[in-house]
Design a protein around this ligand. Sequence first.
Ligand code: SF4
Length: 206
Amino acid sequence: PSGLAPTHQNIDALSQHFPLCMQHLHRTLRQNSHLKHYGRLQYTLFLKGIGLSLEECIMFWRRSFKLMTDEKFTKEYKYNVRHAYGDVGGDANRRGRGYTPYSCQKLLTEALPGPGMTHGCPYRTFTVDNLVAMLQQTGVSDRETLKGVREDVARQRYHIACNRVFEYAHKSEIKEVKNKGVWGEAELDTILHPNTYFKRSFLLKH
Ligand code: SF4
C-alpha cells in the first residue's frame, strides 16, 4: 500500500491493522519475548507479505527475543527466517522466493495447536469465551457484533466472524469509501487472507 514502509521499529504501530491471528502472535511475542516454531513461521510469512524486507525481519526477531544471546539467535533462529524468505535452502522452485504467506483456508484446516502454541486462527482455536475476551481487549465491544461472532463460530464459519469484526472495526471508513464511490464491491469482498485483512485495514485508515 502507498505510504507503507514497514521496518522492525514500526511493527508495533502497524499491528493495529493485523487480523486477530497475527495480533495474537504479536502480543504473545511481546509478552514472552518468544514464540514457538509454527507461530514464528506463520508470523514471519505474514510480515514478509506486508512488505517487511529480509534484513528488517531478521532485526525484528533479533530485537524481539530480548533475553537471547546473538550466538543462539544466529545458530538456531536466523536460518529459519532466511529460509522463509527464500534466501537459503529450499528446492529450486522456492529459491529466491521462499514460502507463500498462509491463507485463512490453510490456517483454518491445519492441525490444532498444542499447549503453549499460538499459531492458527483464534476464531477456531480459542474457546468462544476466550475469543470474546480477546476481541474486547482489542477494542471490539459492540454487543451485536460479539453476538454475531458467537453464532458464526458455533456454525464453524470462522472467517465470516473475522470479516464481521473487520466490518465493525472499519464501519465509518467503509461507509465513506462507498459513499464517495472510491471503493466498490470488489474492494470490499470477503477477506480470505490475513494479508488482505492488513492491506485493506491500512488503506482504509490512510
Ligand atoms: Fe486470521 Fe483468517 Fe482467522 Fe481472520 S479468519 S483471524 S485473517 S486466519
